[in-house]
Design a protein around this ligand. Structure first.
Ligand code: PEP
Length: 247
């Protein structure tokens, strides 16, 4: 089965009600490649506005979701509330949440299981630091992150993996196509060896880290790169060119 390209926008903690609506309207008005699944993740406070503004073909993602049902969890959002608001996706395990907010591999895995069990598709992020890469530990680090996920999750059909080297996020320093492809291929092999041939064949693996309209075409040609998770460039009109990079 061919994997459908997916391009997701991670707005992080940026924007205003007006700017989020403008970004959504621009996407509605653009000629987007119909062979690409587009997902937009605005800050939590703008999820409803994004959902109301975007046409139905474009999905909305939360940047986080909790691993418990509704209840006494101040400040959190449940998978059930996302479903209620027609928000069908969540980004989990972004390196900013891992490093700044202290989320562990185990927390991320637990949230991913709860979300996927309750109907939310997850963009699950992994990636190494510069120090880990320079120590030759990249593949080991990613395998450990995947192993923590596997302990919790048995159904991989609602998971999209985003490989995001931490040193490339928001730095303007994009991984080369060879660096990205090497890690993507190793993730696919890990899925084959540790989950199933089907998970290996069907799971989409996105690249994230300083993707722009200038570098996306080259990266998109690699066999195991199935799309992108885009931060900074997703706030600009050129995000459309990233979605259309295979057109
Ligand atoms: C991200 O936040 O997921 C990301 C990849 O950011 P940027 O594209 O700005 O590097």
């Amino acid at each position: 089965m061919a994997r459908k390209t997916l391009v997701a926008a991670n707005h992080k903690m940026n924007g205003t009600l007006q700017s989020v609506k403008e970004i959504c309207q621009n996407l509605n008005n653009a000629q987007l490649d119909p062979n690409v699944e587009t997902v937009v993740a605005p800050p939590a406070i703008y999820l409803l506005a994004a959902r109301e503004t975007l046409k139905k073909e474009i999905a909305v993602a939360a940047q986080n979701v909790f691993d418990k049902p509704n209840g006494a969890f101040t400040g959190e959002t449940s998978a059930h509330q996302l479903k209620d608001a027609s928000v069908d996706w969540a980004i989990l395990g972004h390196s900013e949440r891992r490093t700044i907010l202290g989320e562990t591999d185990e927390t991320v895995a637990s949230k991913t299981k709860y979300a996927t069990d309750n109907g939310i598709s997850v963009i699950w992020c992994c990636g190494e630091s510069l120090e880990q890469r320079e120590a030759g530990k990249t593949l080991e680090v990613i395998a450990a992150q995947l192993a923590a996920l596997k302990k919790e999750v048995s159904d991989w059909s609602k998971i999209v993996i985003a490989y995001e080297p931490i040193w490339a996020i928001g730095t303007g320093k994009v991984a080369t196509k060879e660096q990205a492809q090497e890690v993507h291929a190793s993730i696919r092999k890990w899925l084959k060896d540790n989950v199933s041939q089907q998970a290996s064949d069907e799971t989409r693996i996105l690249y994230g880290g300083s993707v722009s309209e200038k570098n996306c075409k080259e990266l998109a040609q690699e066999a195991d790169i199935d799309g992108f998770l885009v931060g900074g460039a997703s706030l600009k009109p050129a995000f459309v060119d990233i979605i259309n990079c295979k057109k």
